[in-house]
Design a protein around this ligand. Structure first.
Ligand SMILES: NC(=O)c1ccc[n+]([C@@H]2O[C@H](COP(=O)([O-])OP(=O)(O)OC[C@H]3O[C@@H](n4cnc5c(N)ncnc54)[C@H](O)[C@@H]3O)[C@@H](O)[C@H]2O)c1
Ligand SMILES: N[C@H](C(=O)O)[C@H](O)COP(=O)(O)O
Length: 324
């Protein structure tokens, strides 16, 4: 748990996520594993049956830490494990927007999102975004946002996120990478309390291009950009991605900025899938999430591990305390 706040803080708003997934289960089980104040936006029926006492509340300020408090949100019908219901998609999406409103007005200290199934939301309600990160960026006024996944041993940032691998080289530009590095640097200072962040930058190509023999992006512009920004942002690289995640290498930086989704997320989900947290940097409000998805294969079977949800809640609460 984070240190005691200097003054009372509003509780966190947790979104229900996909009812057919493990979101409701990990939210319910998290209640028994942390004392951080939160309430969940969703259909109260979806949170029954996990052996956790629940209570519906009328307002965020009514939230308590000893009971799972649910602020009712219209996500109609039963939750069917592994089978998304199209009619629920709009409610899953609007719960996210409502949580953002609550955080923006100060009724919530920040938001923690339970996992969504992107295909279910697209099929059910035409959700146009590939993930929370992009939706939250839009809700946050087209903010320049960065996806960071963090665990005690490692923080990673993919510079490109939910796009096909074939589009990565064209999407990566000096301007986009510079923005990612600046937002990452600011987030490490503001939300992680690191006074002088050290940021390792991965190469795009095998062996970071090996002097242009295995790809040219590193020699054409990535190295120059990193050198130019190094005095301000404490960045270095580009490094061969295959050798920058072992324990001794990790000790040399506070975050690794990677060129694409899996380059960043494979190492952290391998090192600490249970404890990883997804945090969006650059938003005008706090947002964290567990690092796992809807896990339809185990939904409704009582097998879901709430550790990542607990870590996400505690990280958001800690950030809220740091921001004051
Ligand atoms: N923050 C989010 O909203 C978020 C994050 C990641 C994935 N997703 C979405 O979730 C859906 C499924 O994605 P996926 O299958 O790639 O990943 P997943 O994380 O849902 O599942 C991967 C594997 O890990 C297991 N697993 C996941 N969480 C677990 C937990 N808490 N306890 C025990 N086992 C757990 C699953 O059973 C599965 O075998 C996709 O639609 C994806 O886009 C959403
Ligand atoms: N890219 C994330 C992951 O694989 O864990 C995940 O899809 C979540 O993304 P959002 O937070 O943008 O939904």
């Amino acid at each position: 748990m984070p240190s005691s706040p200097d003054r009372p803080r509003a509780p966190l708003a947790v979104t229900c996520g996909e009812p057919a997934g493990i979101g409701p289960e990990v939210v319910a089980r998290a209640r028994a594993r942390t004392s951080a104040p939160f309430f969940v936006l969703g259909n109260p029926d979806h949170f029954a049956g996990f052996g956790i006492e629940t209570r519906t509340i009328d307002a965020p300020a009514d939230a308590r830490s000893d009971i799972l408090c649910i602020l009712p949100h219209d996500v109609p019908g039963a939750a069917i494990p592994g089978q998304p219901v199209g009619a629920q998609a709009a409610g899953v999406i609007s719960a996210i927007a409502r949580a953002v409103d609550l955080a923006t007005t100060g009724a919530a200290s920040g938001i923690v999102t339970a996992p969504i199934n992107k295909k279910a939301l697209k099929d059910g309600a035409g959700f146009p975004h590939p993930g929370h990160t992009e939706y939250l960026a839009a809700l946050g006024g087209d903010a320049d946002v960065v996806m960071m996944l963090a665990c005690p041993e490692l923080r990673v940032v993919p510079a490109t996120i939910h796009i096909p691998l074939s589009q990565v080289p064209a999407t990566l530009t000096p301007a986009t990478l510079e923005t990612v590095l600046r937002v990452t640097h600011a987030g490490l200072i503001r939300d992680f309390g690191i006074a002088r962040p050290r940021i390792a930058v991965a190469g795009l190509n095998p062996h970071a291009g090996e002097g242009g023999t295995m790809g040219r992006e590193e020699v054409d512009w990535i190295a120059d950009l990193v050198i130019r920004l190094a005095p301000d942002l404490g960045c270095f690289g580009p490094l061969p991605a295959d050798t920058m995640f072992h324990a001794a290498a990790r000790a040399g930086y506070d975050a690794a900025v990677c060129m694409y989704h899996d380059q960043a997320l494979i190492p952290i989900k391998t090192i600490d899938f249970a404890g990883g947290v997804n945090v969006t940097l650059g938003l005008p409000f706090i947002r964290t999430s567990p690092d796992h998805g809807t896990a339809f294969d185990i939904a409704g079977r009582g097998l879901a591990d709430p550790t990542s949800m607990v870590a996400a809640i505690e990280m958001a609460w800690d950030m809220a305390g740091r921001r004051g």
